[in-house]
Design a protein around this ligand. Structure first.
Ligand code: ADP
Length: 294
């Protein structure tokens, strides 16, 4: 069992944007969902943990490794799937994984061949091992990305926005693969897609404007909203008025009309009906929702 401890990490970029604002989290083995809208600071946090950039202050440790002061040690036990996994053109899946295994220091050819075969099999690409990665679908490329992240028995795997651009079938296969991997190591899944976290994660944090605004289980966050979410179909030209009078937490089009969810301690009456809250309500109720109407 490993433990990742993040304490008061802060980072302000040269342009003045405070991407990390005193971020503290503690994680153990399993799938951890880091949910936040675009620009929340997720990638900044992931890149800092992956030792690709420095923080201004704070600490981060994985067991006895000081991540910020000893990045070389961390890299030995890190698997990282960045937002854009750059694949080399005209190279087969097997060649690519072999090349990356060499870079990760697996020098014994026999051991490397066994590992690459094992990984190709694990991500269900063994049959396609001699095909050019360039021609792979988005989902297949992501599975190559997971395979390379597994080289070297990592204790920590960081996956940044992995399901963007995948179709539902590919996303499902990717979920299954991650769930399988996540049993034995710490996996941080950074995403703006609520469904990714709902499907996969027992623990989560919600990030907004560089801050952690929730840390706990998806279930207890949902329970905290019980009896406080109400919905109503309104017309489009009424939306602005509702936004003034109520705390709108989401706005979806249903049959061409806006269906709004509002947060309220008491029943708002006025044609609203109470609904069972879901993780999407949790997400939107905890982040700045001023852009919900656009
Ligand atoms: P997320 O991954 O949640 O979308 P990011 O960590 O990419 O968030 O970005 C957080 C904030 O920091 C955003 O406002 C973004 O524009 C800004 N930002 C990210 N990287 C840089 C950078 N290298 N220089 C300046 N600003 C940056």
């Amino acid at each position: 069992m490993s433990t990742l401890k993040i304490n008061n990490l802060s980072k302000t970029y040269a342009n003045g944007v405070k991407a990390l604002d005193n971020v503290s989290l503690e994680l153990e083995n399993g799938m951890f969902g880091l949910l936040g809208p675009n620009g929340a600071g997720k990638s900044s946090l992931m890149r800092t943990l992956a030792t690709l950039q420095e923080a201004d202050s704070g600490t981060a440790t994985l067991d006895d490794i000081d991540i910020l002061n000893d990045p070389a040690e961390l890299r030995k036990v890190l698997g990282y799937l960045p937002q854009e996994f750059g694949v080399y053109p005209r190279i087969t899946a097997e060649q690519l994984l072999t090349h990356l295994a060499i870079l990760k220091g697996i020098t014994n050819a026999k051991e490397r061949k066994e590992l690459v075969n094992y990984l190709l099999d694990k991500v269900n690409l063994y049959e396609k091992r001699n095909k050019s990665v360039k021609g792979f679908s988005g989902g297949m490329k992501q599975r190559v990305g997971i395979a390379q992240a597994l080289i070297g028995n990592p204790k920590l795997i960081i996956v940044d926005e992995p399901t963007a651009g995948l179709d539902p079938g590919e996303r499902n296969r990717f979920y299954n693969l991650l769930a399988d991997v996540g049993k034995e190591v710490i996996v941080i899944l950074s995403t703006h897609i609520v469904e990714d976290v709902r499907e996969l994660c027992t623990k989560m944090a919600i990030m907004n404007l560089g801050e952690i605004v929730y840390h706990g289980s998806p279930q207890s966050a949902i329970e905290a909203l019980n009896g406080k979410v109400f919905q109503k179909i309104v017309s489009r030209d009424q939306l602005q008025g509702y936004a003034t009078d109520y705390k709108i937490i989401s706005n979806k089009m249903v049959g061409g009309q806006p269906l709004i969810h509002v947060f309220s301690e008491e029943h708002p009456q006025n044609g609203f009906e109470q609904v069972a809250p879901d993780l999407e309500d949790v997400f939107f109720s905890r982040i700045n929702t001023s852009n919900v109407l656009v």
